[in-house]
Write a protein of this length. Structure first.
Lengths: 664, 102
């Protein structure tokens, strides 16, 4: 078959869109009239849609193949050839990349269409779509790159695009700073990722087959696990540090909440389809290596669990609707890492998929609210919006129910799978898996609580709108509500991709991904929700009921606090003022980083690198050269009198000297 | 009085040459300096012809002709420059022409 010849179309289409819109943006910036929005939206939306159609065709082809053969590769050319290092532009699609490509292009396309409505009338309309398409291109390169350097190109590309889009309204200095923060924090992680890559290359070189090609490394690891075991922990931890930056885990999560500065559809894109899922994808992609290091896996799971509960607790007190959702993303990413950390890779990827739907829906819903209220983001100044924004309210509610794990919706299936996987994990000491489960369980309840706090404060109860917002309040146009409906529908049905065996399902999603992680399940760390092996269906059902109860309890508490007795939250906050302030100020982590990292960094740059190295050494050398030339010139200048007779005298002296040397 | 030998010619040549050197170094008028240079050239010519005569070779004569042709060219260009200098600066005193220093 020749399907693999067309793989390049998937990343190429958004790249072309980015180039065309970039040029359009450049030409629009020169003229008075605003951009031609119809043309820009056409280019901007058709390119990811085209990618999605190609990806869907590839998927249909892939489904028809034997599971062991489900891999398409396309070689596009040599890239780097230096010594023993050879890196090619080669794309591949296996089951894992397929899932990612479908999520990225599918959800991404919907967000592109939504942006048509949200960004209408903005001066930077073409620039916006250009960045958005570039974002898609980078993410697709990331998931389709067959070797680590190509993956890293996409990895850096999404970092760059997030910087460009978060600081999209760069005239506002705070927003520009948020973009910068995202980029710098990401770079810290990327540095570790690079080191991890170097270490892997050094190892494969020592074994005698230098490569950074992922499938080749996988077969090497599977054939000679003992050669890789000594460095597996270090390499995995370095790669995971990169994932922490990209996927906003402790301690590098701080950029994501600030990323709210960008236009809301961008937040949806960053949080749902692209960027933050890259870390989870990478860990799943390198699962063959992580299997060699129980320590690294335990670290991944622990960081994931800690981030999940930590971010969820911050989400409880935020007043900005987008901040609530941002911390919820950090928390849900923690869930995914917990999943991949305990070896339930498929469960982690499954949660990634379902999360893409409901989180995109929540963000776009929030965007619709903000759009409808003319820029209001404070939850305490909303309320009762279900009357004026019916579709937004309904879709937001559905997505909220999904993330809370209400049975039948997608979040329920994926979340329970991760919890069940965590409980059955074989990493760490014996108390470790139940601890993970307990953290996940509590997080589930807290998540339901703060999501419904947002739902209830925004759409139910009495109106607390400011007069101008009240006059402005209206439902968004169809180009925004239709994407919401599509995503809400996705949040409902995505879960049925993988109904666990304990509920009489077949775990289709798991079976599809199985070949990618076959090494993983062989090590027995993987007994997650698909019910393969020794899974105990009865116990699994009990756990499901428990976590559903936690979610429902969260919803109920939110209802009691914010609808039945709307004055209680303020009273509780007043009573526990210290605790409330601590959480409201996000545990002062930003302030701590400011003191521990940013200020010493500034001081070091200023006192040492600026004043000593730059001014002292570099400028000193440059100025020293100049001064020397000037002094020599001043000395030599004395000889140049301008009087012809002096020169004649010098000539005579020279002549006599030559004569003297010749004759004597 | 003895016979006139090669030494007499060469001493005369050297005396003429250093009179020229003296003129170039210590006179201020450009025209005089110019004439001094001509004097030096002719002193050298005298040496060439002396050596040619005493070694029975034509080379010295040929060079003397070259030098005369060169001196003629030099005189033409040099005097033209002098005229222009005088028109622009109304002086031909070498010590007044110190534009290169400033």
């Amino acid at each position: 078959m020749t399907v693999n010849y067309y793989l390049w179309l998937i990343p190429a289409a958004p790249l072309l869109g980015a180039l065309v819109n970039g040029l359009l943006s450049y030409s629009y910036s020169k003229r008075e009239r605003g951009p031609n929005e119809a043309l820009v939206s056409f280019v901007g939306c058709v390119s990811p849609l085209f990618s999605f159609v190609v990806a869907a065709a590839v998927f249909l082809h892939l489904r028809g193949l034997d599971p062991s053969q489900q891999r398409l590769q396309q070689w596009l050319g040599h890239w780097i050839m230096a010594g023993t290092l050879q890196v090619d532009f080669s794309l591949w699609i296996d089951q894992l990349s397929m899932v990612m490509v479908l999520v990225v292009t599918g959800v991404g396309t919907i967000i592109h269409f939504y942006s048509i409505g949200y960004m209408r009338g903005d001066r930077g309309y073409a620039r916006y779509f250009s960045y958005l398409n570039l974002f898609m291109f980078s993410m697709l390169t990331l998931v389709m790159g067959q070797n680590l350097p190509l993956l890293f190109v996409g990895w850096e590309g999404v970092g760059l695009c997030s910087y460009l889009l978060i600081g999209f309204w760069y005239r506002d200095i705070e927003k520009a700073a948020a973009g910068k923060k995202a980029f710098i924090v990401n770079r810290i992680g990327d540095f570790a990722f690079l080191l991890g890559m170097f270490l892997l290359f050094a190892t494969t070189s020592r074994i005698g087959n230098p490569t950074l090609d992922v499938p080749m490394m996988r077969s090497m690891v599977e054939q000679h696990p003992d050669l890789f075991r000594p460095m597996a922990t270090a390499a995995c931890l370095l790669l995971f540090a990169g994932a922490c930056g990209k996927s906003a885990q402790i301690p590098l999560y701080v950029w994501l909440p600030d990323a709210m500065a960008g236009p809301t559809p961008v937040s949806a894109l960053i949080h749902a389809a692209t960027m933050v899922t890259a870390g989870v994808y990478m860990v799943a992609r390198m699962s063959f290596l992580y299997q060699l290091s129980p320590t690294a896996m335990a670290v991944v799971a622990l960081v994931g669990a800690a981030t999940a509960i930590f971010a969820a607790s911050i989400g409880v007190c935020q007043r900005d609707i987008k901040k609530v959702l941002a911390y919820s993303t950090v928390s849900q990413l923690g869930y995914m890492f917990m999943g991949v950390g305990v070896g339930a890779y498929a469960a982690g990827i499954f949660h990634l998929t379902t999360h893409a739907f409901f989180k995109a829906c929540l963000f776009l819903g929030a965007g619709s609210v903000i759009h409808g209220l003319g820029g209001e983001q404070d939850l305490l100044k909303m309320g009762g919006l279900r009357r004026s924004m019916k579709i937004t309210a309904l879709t937001f509610l559905v997505a909220g129910l999904a993330i809370s794990g209400v049975p039948g919706l997608s979040g329920f299936f994926s979340k329970d799978e991760i919890l069940w996987g965590a409980f059955n994990a074989s990493v760490g000491p014996s108390w470790f898996p139940p601890l993970l489960w307990a953290i996940g369980f509590v997080t589930a309840g807290v998540t339901a609580f703060y999501v419904f706090r947002a739902v209830l404060l925004a759409f139910f109860g009495g109106q607390r709108l400011s007069p101008e917002a009240k006059a402005h309040a209206h439902e968004s146009p169809a180009v925004m509500t239709v994407p919401l409906i599509l995503l809400a529908a996705g949040s409902i049905v995505a879960g049925f991709l993988n109904v666990p065996a304990a509920l009489g399902g077949s775990g289709a999603f798991h079976h599809f991904l199985e070949p990618v992680f076959s090494g993983a399940s062989a090590h027995g760390a993987h007994a997650a929700g698909n019910g393969l092996g020794a899974a105990d269906h009865g116990l699994e059902r009990v756990f499901m009921v428990l976590s559903v109860l936690a979610g429902l309890a969260g919803i109920l508490i939110a209802y009691l606090l914010y609808i039945r007795r709307p004055d209680t939250p303020a009273r509780i906050a007043a009573k526990a003022r210290g605790l409330y302030n601590l959480v409201f100020h996000k545990y002062y982590v930003d302030e701590a980083y400011e003191r521990a990292v940013v200020r010493p960094g500034f001081a070091l740059s200023d006192r040492v690198f600026f004043r000593i190295v730059d001014v002292g050494i570099i400028e000193g050398v440059v100025n020293g050269v100049g001064t020397t030339a000037r002094l020599v010139g001043a000395a030599v200048r004395l000889v140049q009198t301008g009087v012809v007779r002096t020169y004649a005298l010098f000539i005579l002296i020279g002549f006599l000297y030559v004569l003297y040397r010749l004759l004597w | 009085m003895g016979e006139i030998t090669i030494h007499h010619y060469l001493y005369l040549s050297a005396i003429l040459f250093f009179i020229g050197v003296y003129g170039v170094l210590f006179r201020r008028n450009l025209i005089v300096m110019f004439m001094s240079i001509e004097l030096m050239l002719n002193a050298v010519n005298l040496s060439f012809i002396t050596f040619a005569r005493y070694s029975s070779s034509m080379d010295g004569h040929v060079i003397a002709f070259f030098v005369m042709a060169l001196a003629a060219g030099e005189a033409g260009v040099g005097l033209a420059i002098l005229v222009m200098v005088f028109r622009n600066r109304t002086t031909v005193q070498a010590d007044d022409l110190t534009l290169m220093r400033d």
